[in-house]
Design a protein around this ligand. Structure first.
Ligand SMILES: Cc1cc2nc3c(=O)[nH]c(=O)nc-3n(C[C@H](O)[C@H](O)[C@H](O)COP(=O)(O)OP(=O)(O)OC[C@H]3O[C@@H](n4cnc5c(N)ncnc54)[C@H](O)[C@@H]3O)c2cc1C
Length: 285
């Protein structure tokens, strides 16, 4: 139950939502409410109003025409899990969605809410970073701008989103045939578990040689991050045992985990290295 007396604006369509967003910059956007309800229960937030995005058809659905998949910001996890194009082109995103909470949260939590909530432990962002996802940010005043997810976070729970903007959609390039994709979440349990470490990976291989590497991480820094040093250690190299060890060693310079209630920094560094090594070794056949 929502423990707030703040008014909830219910826009008729996206244009109406953008106008409300401009008129009420301190109001909170409300999608599935699965993060917001927790904050309200904990008395962690006290917004003057909400703008409810849940019922807007323009923010829902998946469009797979062309060379990318466009996922509406209010697409819930169950939609991602069931959508034929997401299943065909983006299996790690389906895997990530399957690990979020349990069925109730998957029916209500949205991809846009996960991204905008900006938790370093969010499960979709490592995969989306590995897939070079681009956000469509929209405002009434300036229209649409495209921001790579890799440029979206500026610090702990901070983003480049302006007070009059919202996330309209996530555009994800369809991976190439030569791409090897990966998702791995390390948590306490299989369901209802906030991650200790998450890895989303995409490696493009030409024979045995890595031509492109994307490694997205969760719960190892103040924001979801890529690991540029580990990626650089892979590109242009044959996927040999020494290349793999060089990438794992380089990863130390990329991640800055902390001790918290779920894990220690030392554990996270060790586990991040192990899950990277294990995936890369599996690609050697
Ligand atoms: C029991 C439980 C288990 C959970 N398990 C997991 C888990 O395993 N993994 C995980 O990653 N998360 C988990 N979560 C967190 C949460 O479910 C996800 O982050 C979810 O995707 C949030 O989406 P939402 O639509 O509910 O967001 P909301 O709660 O509606 O909003 C979250 C934030 O995003 C903003 N926002 C929402 N939509 C937009 C938009 N389109 N544009 C701009 N800003 C927007 C809101 O203003 C708010 O700041 C769990 C939560 C609960 C309660």
């Amino acid at each position: 139950m929502m423990t707030s007396a703040a008014p909830v604006h219910t826009p008729a369509d996206l244009a109406d939502a953008l106008a409300l967003r401009a008129a009420h910059p301190a109001a909170w956007l409300l999608a599935g409410g699965t993060d917001i309800m927790v904050y309200l229960e904990a008395h962690a937030i006290d917004p003057p109003a909400f703008i409810d995005l849940w019922g807007l058809p323009e923010l829902r659905g998946v469009d797979s025409r062309g060379d990318h998949i466009r996922v509406g910001a209010c697409a819930d996890y169950t939609t991602l899990i069931d959508d034929p194009a997401v299943r065909a082109h983006l299996p790690p995103l389906v895997e990530a969605a399957r690990t979020v909470g349990a069925r109730q949260i998957q029916n209500r939590g949205t991809i846009g809410g996960n991204i905008a909530n900006a938790s370093p432990a969010g499960d979709t962002m490592p995969v989306l970073l590995a897939l070079d996802a681009v956000l469509e940010l929209q405002s009434a005043a300036r229209g649409l701008r495209a921001v790579p997810l890799a440029d979206f976070y500026t610090g702990y729970k901070r983003t480049v989103m302006a007070p009059d903007e919202l996330i309209a959609a996530v555009r994800i390039p369809k991976p190439a045939k030569a791409d090897r994709l990966h998702f791995r979440k390390v948590g306490t349990r299989l369901a209802q578990s906030i991650s200790k470490v998450v890895l989303g990976g995409r490696l493009r291989l030409d024979g045995d040689t890595v031509t492109e590497a994307r490694l997205g991480w969760g719960s190892v820094a103040a924001t979801p991050v890529r690991s540029p040093k580990a990626e650089a250690a892979l590109v242009g190299q044959a996927l040999s045992p020494s290349t793999i060890e060089a990438a794992v060693a380089a990863l130390d310079g990329d991640i800055t985990p902390i001790d918290d209630v779920r894990s220690t920094a030392g554990y996270r560094v060790r586990v991040a290295g192990r899950i990277l090594r294990s995936w890369l070794e599996s690609l050697r056949g």
